[in-house]
Design a protein around this ligand. Structure first.
Ligand code: AMP
Length: 449
């Protein structure tokens, strides 16, 4: 299959060629024609499948046909959960639209609002935004949606996880009813289907990643190890395996900083990326990693989500995630585009519950490998595969409206169950309000990255 057959015009085909893409990915082959026909689309696709081009290319094609945006008007709105993802989508829009002359703007929180207001004054054919900043700009009358043609929700599952449901509902309420809707999500959970009901119209459904299945090209194993010796083991694995680069996941921001320091102390160039880092520091860390100036990027789940880092050979779970689905997202960062990746977990005895939840979700026991010098004194008990189906949880109605301008008070995280302990205090900003998803209190109220 070639891109020529998908109905895209010459300037876009030229940009695709400039990128060096020869064939559309599965999601692109399915989504592009449907979007060009004007249909609503619901697509289950993770980062790494080429989903961004899957909606960006046809979006550009559609927008290249109509009249350019007038002052303060927006013709297509792409909502993303994180600043990093917003910046990446904006970069794709620029790259794929380089021969078109359309105007695109990206806005997100954590940076000054005034330059964003100025940029919007001239209108944008495509606006890429995180939901909180989007609402702030709308409330300040910096943007109008009377002429909106297309709405894209990217990584909708993560937006719900991060408590953006109220912002999304508010945004939906101010958009014109007649518009095309594209919904992208890693999975179609019951919550996403609930959201979709009030959003998409008779959508074409596309799925390129089986729900909760881990990619076949990823070799997974775990090292049972005592908690205190994890850093030492990580350093040994990096050194002995002569790893080029790895993404290391930490459950907490504090943990990410600590691991980074220990790696640096061992002479391994590393940087941390998480919600407490300034936007500049995060952008720099990502650029340094992409360009090979640092060897190890240590990230929290929320910061790593949606990062476009190609074909990482190694992903390390320094801690197992509290939410089993995050394991699938994490290891999706390796073994991309046909290359085999390695997903390595360092598991201490007190992470048994998380391990069981992951194995139940993926329906696979993770192979255990023991390192001679790191045989744990606290043994990790054996696990057996729990084949009982996991019941989808019913979405709950939100309890209270979100306080838009609430300050960053800490510590009202809901009590949580054993498998999903509350996220550490540092990861939370209750000002983010409630979300409809009752599954993972650990993520509720997290500060968006
Ligand atoms: P995404 O899933 O949108 O994050 O894309 C993952 C990576 O795949 C990005 O680095 C894209 O540049 C790349 N990519 C997207 N489409 C193609 C394609 N058709 N052929 C090769 N690479 C692609």
């Amino acid at each position: 299959m070639s891109f020529n057959k998908l109905g895209l015009s010459a300037p876009i085909l030229k940009a695709i060629e400039d990128q060096g893409y020869t064939e559309p990915s599965a999601i692109q082959a399915q989504a592009i024609p449907a979007i060009l026909e004007g249909q609503d689309v619901m697509a289950a696709a993770q980062t790494g499948t080429g989903k961004t081009a899957g909606f960006t290319l046809p979006l550009l094609e559609i927008l290249s046909k109509g009249e350019h945006a007038q002052n303060n008007q927006v013709r297509a709105l792409v909502l993303t959960p994180t600043r990093e993802l917003a910046a990446q989508v904006a970069e794709s829009v620029k790259n794929y639209g380089q021969h078109l002359g359309l105007k695109s703007t990206v806005v997100f929180g954590g940076v000054k609002i005034n330059p964003q207001m100025m940029a919007l004054r001239r209108g944008a054919d495509i606006l890429i935004a995180t939901p909180g900043r989007m609402m702030d700009l709308y409330n300040q009358k910096a943007v109008r949606f009377d002429k909106l043609e297309v709405l894209v929700l990217d990584e909708a599952d993560r937006m719900l996880d991060m408590g953006f449901i109220h912002d999304i509902k508010k945004i939906l309420a101010i958009l014109p009813k007649k518009r095309q809707n594209l919904l992208f999500s890693a999975t179609f959970s019951p919550e996403i289907r609930q959201l979709a009901k009030g959003l998409v119209n008779n959508p074409v459904e596309i799925s390129v990643t089986p729900r909760n299945a881990t990619a076949v090209s990823v070799e997974q194993w775990l090292h049972p190890v005592d908690k205190k010796r994890k850093s030492e083991l990580l350093i040994q694995l990096i050194a002995q395996g002569r790893w080029d680069q790895a993404l290391v996941f930490s459950r907490t921001k504090h943990g990410a900083n600590k691991i980074t320091k220990q790696l640096e102390d061992a002479g391994i160039r590393a940087s941390a990326i998480h919600g407490n880092k300034s936007q500049g520091a995060r952008t720099r860390a990502l650029a340094d990693f992409k360009e090979g100036r640092i060897r190890i990027l240590v990230a929290t789940d929320i910061a790593a989500r949606g990062l476009d880092i190609e074909q990482l050979p190694h992903v390390v779970n320094f801690d197992l995630p509290d939410v089993a689905e995050d394991y699938v997202h994490r290891i999706g960062r390796t073994g991309r585009a046909g290359a085999t990746g390695k997903a390595i977990s360092l598991v201490a005895a007190d992470e048994l519950d998380q391990l069981r939840a992951i194995e139940r979700l993926t329906q696979k026991l993770i192979e255990r490998r023991y390192e001679d010098d790191f045989i744990p004194t606290h043994m990790l008990p054996d696990t057996t595969l729990d084949t009982r189906p996991i019941k989808p949880k019913k979405p709950k109605k939100p309890k209270a409206p979100r306080d838009q301008h609430a300050g960053a008070k800490q510590g009202n995280a809901p009590k949580s169950g054993k498998r999903r302990p509350a996220a550490p205090k540092a990861e939370m900003t209750p000002g983010q309000g409630l979300r409809s998803k009752p599954l993972a209190p650990a993520r509720r109220n997290r500060k968006p990255d």
